[in-house]
Design a protein around this ligand. Structure first.
Ligand SMILES: [Zn+2]
Length: 294
């Protein structure tokens, strides 16, 4: 009887101390959201550095190794991570193949902006399925968190209630923060922006900014002198005061424009962990709005 009891106790404790689920995400922002939902039931690694352009991450052998051991792979999708499928193919892990519960596209079900009529990369366009930079809208992040929660439930049903409770907490944290963010955005008088890349469409829609033009000719295509001159004319005509750009783009063209038009360059991270002031999703959005307000 004593033996039986200790056997049962051992069984229980093994269950309680189950190893966390190994998850790999493409981007740090996805790692951050997954940890909010998964808590101590998950062990998450992101592949890209927060300071990298998410479109053009160079796959490393360590990526394949991480993915080989993972039970779940989470990406934004919409072909944002042009390198994601390559890693899945090389890792050969059956858990994370397309269609398996361990393959999660955080953008599933989000209606995209700027969806081209014809799917094409003919002009080097890196947004062939519409704009994939959805995480800069906190309301869409709630949808991403829901997709991640559903993925976690699919691979770990016994902890369904735990994940769903964490999702509710995360959603209400976003709702509370959104009130403050919207107030902050309202206080910013200069709403007209020129941006470097089309990373800001969802952010602008949520917070009432107006993105007039991009410094890139097309997503992924660097500026030409002709395009640069057209932007300078536009800045003067429309009274644009701000160029908003990511940390990782070349500042040559923006600085050229700023020098001749007096426009201010606001350079910010768009992923979690690129700078000490933006180590989670909430501080990231706060930081971006604060820089625009400064
Ligand atoms: Zn992009």
């Amino acid at each position: 009887m004593i033996y039986l009891k200790s056997f049962i106790l051992l069984g229980l404790s093994l269950n309680l101390w189950a190893a966390p689920i190994k998850i790999v995400t493409t981007l740090p922002v996805l790692k951050n959201i997954t940890e909010e939902i998964g808590g101590d039931k998950v062990s998450v690694q992101s592949l890209a550095d927060p300071g990298q352009d998410a479109h053009f991450v160079q796959p490393k052998p360590t990526f394949m190794k991480k993915l080989r051991e993972a039970k779940m792979f989470i990406e934004v999708g919409l072909d944002l991570e042009l390198w994601g499928q390559k890693i899945v193919d090389s890792a050969g892990n059956p858990n994370v193949q397309r269609g398996k519960p361990g393959r999660v596209f955080a953008s599933a079900g989000v209606s995209t902006l700027e969806t081209p009529a014809i799917l094409s990369r003919e002009y080097g366009d890196v947004h062939p399925y519409g704009n994939p930079h959805i995480w800069l809208d906190p309301v869409l992040v709630k949808k991403m968190a829901k997709n991640i929660c559903n993925g976690l439930v699919a691979v770990d049903l016994p902890n369904k209630a735990f994940y769903e409770a964490n999702l509710k907490i995360f959603e209400s944290k976003i709702d509370k923060a959104l009130v403050i963010w919207e107030k902050k955005a309202k206080s910013i008088a200069q709403k007209k922006l020129v941006t470097y890349h089309r990373s800001w469409s969802y952010f602008a829609r949520r917070f009432g900014f107006d993105v007039l033009e991009q410094i890139e000719v097309k997503p992924g295509i660097p500026p030409t002198p002709k395009h640069r001159d057209e932007i300078m004319a536009l800045i003067k005509d429309a009274g644009v005061k701000t160029i908003l750009m990511e940390l990782y783009y070349d500042k040559t063209a923006p600085e050229y424009i700023a020098k001749r038009t007096g426009v201010k360059i606001v350079q910010v991270p768009i992923d979690v962990g690129a700078i000490p002031e933006a180590m989670d999703y909430f501080s990231l959005i706060t930081y971006i709005l604060d820089k625009l307000a400064a």
